[in-house]
Design a protein around this ligand. Sequence first.
Ligand code: GDP
Ligand code: MG
Length: 313
Amino acid sequence: MGFFKHFNRGLKKTRDSVAGAIDAALQDKVEVDDEFYDDLEEILIMADVGMQTSLEIVDELRDRVRSKKLRWTYEVKKEIQNIVAEKLSGGDMDLVTIPAVLLVIGVNGVGKTTSIGKMAAYFKNDGKKVILGAADTFRAAAIDQLQIWADRAGVDLVKHKEGADPAAVVYDTICAAKARDDDIIICDTAGRLHNKKNLMEELSKIYKVIDRELPYADTEILLVLDATTGQNAISQAKEFGNICELTGIILTKLDGTAKGGVVLAIRNELKLPVKFIGVGEGIDDLKPFDPEAFAQAMFVDSDEKAGNEPEEK
Ligand code: GDP
Ligand code: MG
């Protein structure tokens, strides 16, 4: 499936509400006026873009409409898209060292294990040798679930028994990766935010192992957030940000929400780049985040874009 089509389908609910509302707000208008800016602000807030970020977007749009002397509604719509894409830019993943490490954290149910399986398939498709570490040892089912994903993606998995020390699993995964010349190590973790002290200790033990065994490795600490939880996702990011140094976000379940604007709030308010987005439950339903494709998928309805989509594969 073409990249844009895929993105587009995953963001359908958000687009239907956002693009539809913007068109309605612009209907019968020859030029944009104050009423439109108010409507736009409300539309963005409804899509979970967040108050602060919505205001910034609207202010920026006002400035640009004035300075660029934009008149037509299609020009204004295009400018909204540009502003959003700019706000979302930055944060490409730099996984140059061999191996590089991805540590995946987040509360239960947000989609950590699923996203790890999808990333394994993504990197493997990209020609990388991937190994997974089942460092969520809290429940046996979590280990089994990761095994299923490892098999599906066709990559190796290092696992211990339920209740084992997560840092020991990470250590063994790193040793296996060194022995097999793997390019990318991805480790699952348990997400018990309600037991902060334990989680903090567990994570810091894991970092220590990574630091000691792979001091020069490119390391990403990716927090998984469920887009359907809206503003709650923002507070989770703040809490995790207090206990560890995050390098980016994986935002899942965008297919299940009309509030995909939360991506903007995360990027802009938390200053954390979104690295991947989940747009479904299938193995290819995780995409590296592309700010322009996202802005387009959020604001342009499919009829308008029919002309510039790549062919279906
Ligand atoms: P974990 O507890 O964080 O490891 O979460 P899981 O990976 O077990 O996922 C919890 C549920 O969310 C599963 O039923 C997944 O299929 C589902 N899920 C994960 N990512 C997505 C996504 O992008 N879209 C949809 N619709 N479901 C997802
Ligand atoms: Mg899990």
